[in-house]
Design a protein around this ligand. Structure first.
Ligand SMILES: C[S@@+](CC[C@H](N)C(=O)[O-])C[C@H]1O[C@@H](n2cnc3c(N)ncnc32)[C@H](O)[C@@H]1O
Length: 267
């Protein structure tokens, strides 16, 4: 799939979106994509602005996903990455219990709320302040801190042994340093922590999505994923910018904790 061939299809009506132009009004699953806007908007006040921010602004103005996110009331263009991965792998089902890690500003959370419907549950966590998303619970904290993990687990409640989530999604990314190896290590550390959490809370059959970076190897992460899940894919959703090294691992069919235990600590 190339960018634009299947653009930001929207979502079905859901619980969220209290405002009249919220995402609940978007087109349904599998609906037509973004119409390329062919925007050649010139920046009127580029003078005096830093070149990098001018470039950023120019890119935003000509990006069909930014326009479509605005039209549908999504808080981020990133929402379409989840829409596209969900359409390909059917990750979010009506009634699903979803944990969204690195949720701010809330695009993925909005999509998850719509897709799991009234019978589902969505918990979004971010280290940054996040406006509440109607239909979702939100928590603020650093996922890498023990205290945050405990608060999140307590919020999920239930019997962790039996599984308290059907999907664990992580779009977490620390601010880029520009030093590629450092950025890669940091993102893999976040993905590994998210996977440990997923293995502790998922129900059998559950799924896991995490952001990683292209070009680096993450053999430990892949080894663990293949042990715990029936299928593991690397995905670059069309909405992910072509010039970004970002990539997602999508793992489906969680085998359950007993399979993992049986494999032993050495796997
Ligand atoms: C790319 S943004 C997520 C965008 C979001 N999926 C959306 O659709 O709006 C990455 C997020 O990860 C969060 N993040 C990074 N490190 C984190 C950590 N240690 N704990 C919690 N959140 C973290 C950042 O604050 C940021 O909001």
């Amino acid at each position: 799939m190339s960018k634009g061939s299947k653009g930001p299809s929207g979502t079905g009506g859901g619980r969220g979106g209290g405002s009249g132009r919220g995402p609940g009004r978007g087109p349904g699953r599998g609906s037509s994509g973004v119409r390329g806007r062919n925007v050649k908007e010139k920046l009127r006040t580029a003078r005096g602005r830093k070149i990098s921010s001018t470039r950023w602004l120019q890119r935003q103005l000509s990006d069909p996903y930014v326009a479509e996110a605005k039209r549908l009331g999504y808080r981020s263009r990133a929402a379409f990455k989840l829409v596209q991965m969900d359409e390909r792998y059917q990750l979010l089902k009506p009634g699903s219990r979803v944990v969204d890690l690195g949720a701010a500003p809330g695009g993925w959370t909005q999509v998850a709320v719509e897709r799991v419907g009234e019978g589902g549950r969505v918990v979004g966590l971010d280290i940054s302040e996040m406006e509440p998303v109607p239909g979702a619970e939100t928590l603020r904290g650093d996922f890498l801190e023990e205290d945050c993990l405990q608060r999140l687990t307590a919020l999920l409640g239930g019997d962790p042994e039996a599984g308290v989530a059907d999907a664990v999604l992580s779009d977490m990314a620390a601010p880029a340093t520009g030093h590629r190896p450092t950025d890669h290590l940091r993102i893999v550390a976040l993905a590994e922590a998210a996977l440990d959490f997923a293995e502790a809370v998922l129900s059998p059959g559950g799924c896991f999505v995490a952001k990683v970076l292209q070009g680096g190897s993450e053999p430990e992460l892949l080894k663990k994923l293949r042990l715990s899940f029936r299928k593991v894919h690397h995905v670059k959703p069309p909405a992910s910018r072509a010039d970004s090294a970002e990539l997602y691992v999508v793992a489906t069919g969680f085998r359950g904790r007993s399979a993992e235990d049986a494999a032993g600590p050495e796997g």
